[in-house]
Structure formats: structure tokens, C-alpha cells
Design a protein around this ligand. Structure first.
Ligand SMILES: [Cu+2]
Length: 157
């Protein structure tokens, strides 16, 4: 009886060992070709995905720079022949605006209307003038030499 049980245990153990070795053997056979199969498809989509990601990022960011310069920490107005760029600048109260003559002609910045008691005086090419706007409101200005040059600074609270 003992020899019979020992024989049954030996057969069962043999079957289990056989089953385990076959189960263990199959994944290694299945895993081996997998890296070859997955490597090729992942390399193909990457070049097509990368340009799309760049394009969508650019298109998402494009509207933001249009808003940012009008409220930048260092607001600037370019004085050109014969206009101001941007013609309307929006800033927060207390900000200082720098007007730089980037034109080839002499210009100035002269306030007009309510709160218009400010002027840069003559600005030769490359010269600049800075003014802090301490109160909210809309400040219109012109170039007194070329009155068709008009601009405004909108100061928000
Ligand atoms: Cu001018």
C-alpha cells in the first residue's frame, strides 16, 4: 500500500513537473518574437504623430501671444514713421509705458483730452520716453509734429 501511494505521488509529481515546464516553456517561446513584432509598429506611427503634436501646440499657443504683449510687465509702444504700434495699448494701473522712436524721423508723444497734460518732448530716432500711468482711464495721445499719428493707452484698475 505504501509503495502504491508512493508510486501515485511520484506520477502526480511527474505530471505537475511536466505541466510546469511546458507552461514555463511556452511564454518564453511566445515572448521571444514579441519585441520584434511590437518594435516595428511603434516606430512607424511616431514620425506621423510628432508633427501633429507640434502643429496643435502651435495653434493652441497662437492666440495667447496676441493678448500677452498688450499686458506685458514692460509695456512698450513703438513710434514709427508715421504711427504708433500698437495704436491702443491696455495696461494695469501703475504700469510704466516706454515709447521708443524706431522710425527714421523725429517724433514725440503728446497727451490730448482729459488727463492729457503730458508730453515726451522731441524724440530723435532710437530715443525713448517712459511714463507711469497711476490712475485708471483712457489716455489719448498724438505726435504733435505729425498729428495724424494717434494712439491711446487704456489703464485698467
Ligand atoms: Cu511724428
Amino acid at each position: 500500500m505504501i509503495w502504491f501511494r508512493a508510486g501515485v505521488i511520484a506520477v502526480v509529481a511527474g505530471v505537475i513537473v511536466l505541466a510546469l515546464t511546458q507552461v514555463a516553456a511556452r511564454p518564453t517561446a511566445a515572448v521571444a518574437p514579441m519585441p520584434v513584432a511590437t518594435e516595428a509598429p511603434t516606430r512607424v506611427p511616431l514620425p506621423t504623430l510628432a508633427p501633429q503634436a507640434v502643429i496643435s501646440r502651435i495653434s493652441h499657443e497662437t492666440p495667447q501671444p496676441l493678448v500677452a504683449p498688450t499686458r506685458s510687465a514692460l509695456p512698450q509702444v513703438d513710434v514709427v514713421d508715421y504711427g504708433f504700434s500698437p495704436a491702443q495699448l491696455t495696461i494695469h494701473v501703475g504700469a510704466t509705458v516706454t515709447f521708443t522712436n524706431g522710425g527714421g524721423d523725429g517724433h514725440d508723444v503728446t497727451g490730448t483730452g482729459p488727463g492729457g497734460d503730458w508730453r515726451s518732448g522731441p524724440l530723435a530716432p532710437t530715443e525713448h520716453y517712459s511714463r507711469q500711468f497711476a490712475l485708471p482711464g483712457t489716455y489719448n495721445y498724438v505726435c504733435s509734429i505729425h498729428p495724424e499719428m494717434r494712439g491711446s493707452v487704456v489703464v485698467q484698475p
